[in-house]
Ligand binder design. Structure first.
Ligand code: PGA
Ligand code: ZN
Length: 436
């Protein structure tokens, strides 16, 4: 069979933070090949699949010799001879070979690189770009980008408590136009920071390194940057936040050092509700910590009709968790990170669970990335509706945005930008009624 896996091998390469990561390469009997690179998070949820790191003194303990050996050994043995066109079968074999609930034995860095490499090889064997191979003849939408302007939290020495200050252009009509609008806002924000003597470089995902005296000052600055770029906040351009509140919770309180505040769950929700009332915010991710189900349900009840409420660390790309947390009335959208699950099929299962609930979904990069383009294809081919990659700088980010432009061009007349429709229905209705 042309799509039988004849070889699987891995190598250690380097990610966007200069840390070791795993690249896997698959060859099929018919000669097709596929290659993929594992990304790596910095603000990770406790419930996500875990990367295998060597520990010890080399590379700050971040080495991946063990994970590379897991691909070349256990995973190669489990997959050689299998049909790459049967992604579900391949991923089941990966899960079985690992045998743990969280990929702790072989490492999610080993399994995700392998699973995605097989997917690429299957698309190559079919002679199709990956997005089209995944779409399988369905009409799919180009995702609405969520793009970071200021990067804070664990990605910028905790210079702000909020991790991501992002923008969305739901009325842009195309990826091409959405990226042009973002370029204008990103440049305006940089010029503004420079003009105030506060430009201090860029954070891990390429957003401007934040230099503010409170979290709210960053929201004011983002609003000003949108206006300075010639757009109206809450019309053409909307704000999206990833609070990443896991990183703020110390076990007893949410600590926001920039605001000199220690908040309980109710007060944390109150603070986020206040920001939503004062700024053009259409989306909020992780406003409370990964185990604060009450807080997330409270925030969703208060804001969920007007604001997309995304679960990242609370859902960790797990279909089971998505269903459980939905039953508690928390979240109306799921972040989908393939490496939180560890295989392509498990991540797709989480996406399907979210969409079956009527939720929105956002395929997402990690803060540690590479030239790997897989997520641009997944967001499009799976018709997820949204894509979050980080900022509008640094080639590990721009590579994904640029790939979306190529996909948009390849779709030609049939290109359809998801826009506001990608958001939860009531949020989409709000955005359509208030703008552009
Ligand atoms: P991470 O952060 O990749 O550092 O975990 C990204 C996010 O929180 O969405
Ligand atoms: Zn997040």
């Amino acid at each position: 069979m042309k799509t039988s896996i004849v070889s699987l091998k891995a190598r250690q390469i380097w990610d966007s933070r200069g840390r070791p990561t795993v690249e896997a390469e698959v060859r099929l009997a018919g000669g097709a090949t596929g290659r993929a690179i594992a990304p790596a998070g910095a603000s990770r949820g406790a419930h996500e699949a875990v990367d295998l790191r060597d520990g010890g003194p080399r590379f700050g303990g971040m080495g991946v010799e063990g994970a590379v050996a897991a691909v070349n050994g256990a995973l190669a043995r489990a997959l050689e001879g299998r049909d790459a066109a049967d992604q579900a079968g391949v991923d089941t074999a990966i899960v079985t070979a690992d045998g743990t609930a969280n990929k702790a034995r072989l490492g999610a860095n080993a399994t995700v690189a392998t699973s995605m490499a097989v997917l690429h090889a299957a698309a190559a064997a079919a002679g199709e770009p990956l997005w089209r191979h995944l779409a399988g003849g369905r009409d799919v939408r180009l995702p609405l980008p969520e793009i970071q302007i200021f990067g804070g939290g664990a990605h910028a020495g905790r210079r702000t408590d909020i991790q991501d200050f992002m923008v969305m252009a739901p009325h842009a009509g195309s990826v091409r136009r959405a990226l042009e609008i973002t370029a204008d806002v990103y440049r305006a924000a940089g010029e503004m920071m420079a003009g105030r003597g506060r430009l201090a470089g860029t954070a891990d995902e390429g957003g401007w390194w934040p230099s503010f005296d409170s979290n709210e000052e960053a929201l004011v600055a983002l609003t000003e940057a949108i206006e300075r770029a010639g757009y109206r906040p809450g019309r053409e351009v909307w704000i999206s936040l990833d609070v990443a509140a896991n990183e703020l919770f110390d076990g007893s309180a949410y600590r926001l050092p920039l605001d000199k505040a220690a908040l309980d769950s109710a007060a944390m929700v109150e603070r986020v509700v206040g920001w939503s009332e004062r700024y053009a915010i259409a989306s909020i991710e992780d406003p409370v910590s990964q185990d604060d189900l009450t807080g997330m349900a409270d925030a969703t009840r208060r804001l969920g009709r007007r604001v997309q409420m995304i679960g990242d660390d609370i859902l960790v790309t797990s279909a089971g968790r998505i269903r459980r947390i939905a039953a508690a009335g928390a979240c109306n959208a799921a972040l989908i990170k393939v490496n939180q699950a560890g295989t392509v099929s498990e991540a797709k299962g989480a996406l399907d669970a979210a969409q079956d609930l009527g939720w929105a979904a956002i395929v997402s990069a990690r803060s540690g990335e590479s030239e790997d383009l897989t997520i641009a294809h997944l967001a499009t081919g799976w018709d997820a509706g949204q894509l979050k990659v980080g900022s509008f700088a640094r080639s590990e980010r721009m590579a994904k945005w640029n790939e979306l432009l190529r996909i948009e061009e390849a779709m030609g007349e049939r290109a359809h930008f998801a826009g506001a429709d990608a958001l939860p229905a009531s949020v989409a209705a709000r955005i359509r009624s208030e703008g552009p």
